[in-house]
Design a protein around this ligand. Sequence first.
Ligand SMILES: Nc1ncnc2c1ncn2[C@@H]1O[C@H](COP(=O)(O)OP(=O)(O)OP(=O)(O)O)[C@@H](O)[C@H]1O
Length: 421
Amino acid sequence: MTDSEEDYFVFADDEDFEPTSAYTPGGFCLIRLGCILGSPPRYRILAKLGHGSFSTVWMAHDRVRHQNVALKIVEARRTSKSQEMEILQRLKAPRANVVQLLDVFEHTSPNGIHQVLVMELLRPLHYTRWEFRPIFVRTVLRQVIEGLEFIHSRGIAHGDLHPSNVGATMPEIVPLSVKEVWDCAGRPQTLAVVHSSGDLNMNSYPPYLCETLDMEEFFLRQGAGTGVAQRPLSIRILDLGDAYIVNESSSPKCITPTGYLSPEVAFAQIALGDENAPWDQRSDIWSLAVCIYGLICKKNLFSFVREGLLHEMMMYCGEVPDAWRLYVRSNPFPQGDVPGIVQADKLWKAKEAALEWYGIENPPGLVRLLRRMMNLDPSKRPTAAELLRDPYFAGLWHNGRLLLFKKYDGREEVWKAGLPR
Ligand SMILES: Nc1ncnc2c1ncn2[C@@H]1O[C@H](COP(=O)(O)OP(=O)(O)OP(=O)(O)O)[C@@H](O)[C@H]1O
């Protein structure tokens, strides 16, 4: 919220809601709980699931398929520019670990024409109360990497990998009415949009802003007594709003949150002041490693302050790339920090202990996987397909076959699938 907006609205500073400033001509779509979207009317809005920079996302009941879905309603000015629909269409494959697009339509509001992407309803995994059951960690990680491998195999780079963009399907949740959703989740908090002065065109604003449904709470209450929380998860990578097709266009501006930025992008942005640095699938591999650590430990591997981020990366990788030496000369390491392989090994030993504490299987194997992914030189990072053959995943059942690995030997990983179960 800017100062001037505070002058316009009585409740302008509540950070739990999307910014009122996004409701302008060309901006967010006005939505009320219970309204029905689609032509003919098909999707009844049940609850708000979240908002991003360019969209609001809602849980809705599909009256044709009799299932609950997620509607991503894109701001009007981005509707004609967004590549997300094209990308999601390229990624259609019901068994893939990537969010599936079910339908697309346009909806007109006083703020313009909005693209509406109908997607499977997911349970994002970023919530702090979400518990990674150690026994499922390897299967979950393998599915995340399979999702990324699928995205990359279609020529697409994701560009915004972080724990909030990893979700799990919720087949156990039965379709519900608006009332049933809120009986289960508790009364939704709404914030009346009341302007205090000025001659605003109030047609651009919804009558109220809606609290985001706490999906984790909702999921656990809905599934209470059925043991759903104990079952293995079916994972999906979501939010392809910033993805691009690598051989068909140049990379858009990278909007990955600071702590998940790849070193090539972080260096360009921080040291060279170049916010439009190119990035591709190799950058995704780095971000995924940081994301995996965040998913398991619920802690960020790197700080979210730009200052010092490059130093942290060098410490964890144990080297100073030649191209970074000038930067290091003018921004020396804090006293006592000496980047080198011995120091890096020490840092990762501590991380190994943290993973051990979480009860994760084979922490040294996981650390070795993460270190393979986190190479400062993008050309030396393994591809997602290569990661799937990492010995960390040996002994996992996959598609009815047991994955077997021969001894890991340098860069040569040999593997085969065992006999069907
Ligand atoms: N399929 C889904 N099921 C459940 N919740 C979802 C789904 N898609 C998105 N969400 C929720 O909505 C939020 C915003 O969605 P999303 O990140 O796709 O929007 P965006 O405008 O692309 O955001 P960004 O600022 O990252 O570009 C997500 O953080 C997530 O919590």
